[in-house]
Design a protein around this ligand. Structure first.
Ligand code: SAH
Length: 216
């Protein structure tokens, strides 16, 4: 797997552009400067890997736009050792960023194909998240509570199990809305029965499927 000077140069420029767009978390920016995004997409798209846009991956899914990855990750305020659940492994890129930030990452993907592919590239890059193929819309009860939960697919509403699997003081970041347009939500668990919900900018993600996802 080659990470050439050209890739590194383009990646550095991309991260500079994220700084200009207001991303300020230094640990996140360092992780984005390091993780080779081009290795998470097919070779034919190599030239576009360091443009700030989403790209297609298998199963009609997408690797999120770098700005979106940065936006969601900034909201999470990741600290070393945080137990983080990601729903929607997809290419594995967002997972790699979380691992690079020294979180203890758990990630779930519904498509077996993507799960296997992501497992391969993450292992090659020496990242060791705990991975599962299945329905992430119900969370991952046996590993709860999580300090942080991140959903990288559009949710019709905030799935109840995800709220309940947050540690007290924990944060959940997820796009909520219709299949066409969502608002980023930042949910903070204040106590056993109290969650604060902030609604932020608009985005467009691929839909979450499964028990608490969209029914098509
Ligand atoms: N974080 C990914 C983005 C992938 S797009 C990346 O960095 O590449 C969202 C992913 O969510 C898709 O791969 C889709 O298959 C997956 N997904 C959708 N519904 C899901 C569910 N219920 N459980 C787990 N994964 C799901």
């Amino acid at each position: 797997m080659i990470d050439s000077f050209k890739h590194k140069g383009l990646r550095s420029r991309l991260v500079d552009s994220l700084v200009e767009k207001g991303i300020a978390d230094e640990k996140l920016l360092a992780a984005m400067r390091k993780v080779p995004r081009h290795l998470f997409i097919e070779n034919a798209l190599d030239d576009a890997a360091y443009e700030d846009r989403p790209l297609p991956i298998a199963e009609n899914q997408t690797i999120s736009q770098p700005y979106t990855v940065a936006y969601q990750t900034s909201l999470l305020q990741i600290k070393k050792g945080h137990k983080v659940l990601e729903i929607g492994t997809g290419s594995g890129y967002q997972c790699a960023i979380l691992c690079e930030m020294q979180a203890k990452v758990f990630t779930i993907e519904t498509h077996r194909n993507l799960y296997i592919q992501a497992q391969r590239v993450l292992a090659e890059l020496d990242y060791a998240p705990t991975m599962r193929c299945g329905d992430g819309s119900i969370g991952w009860e046996e590993h709860a509570a999580f300090d942080r939960i991140l959903v990288t697919a559009a949710c019709p509403s905030i799935p109840d199990p995800l709220k309940k699997q947050l540690a007290i003081g924990g944060k959940l970041v997820l796009p909520v809305g219709t299949a066409d347009m969502q608002e980023m939500c930042l949910v903070t668990r204040k106590s056993g029965q109290e969650w604060e919900i902030k609604r932020l900018d608009k985005f467009r993600f691929v839909p979450l499927t499964g028990k608490n996802g969209f029914k098509f």
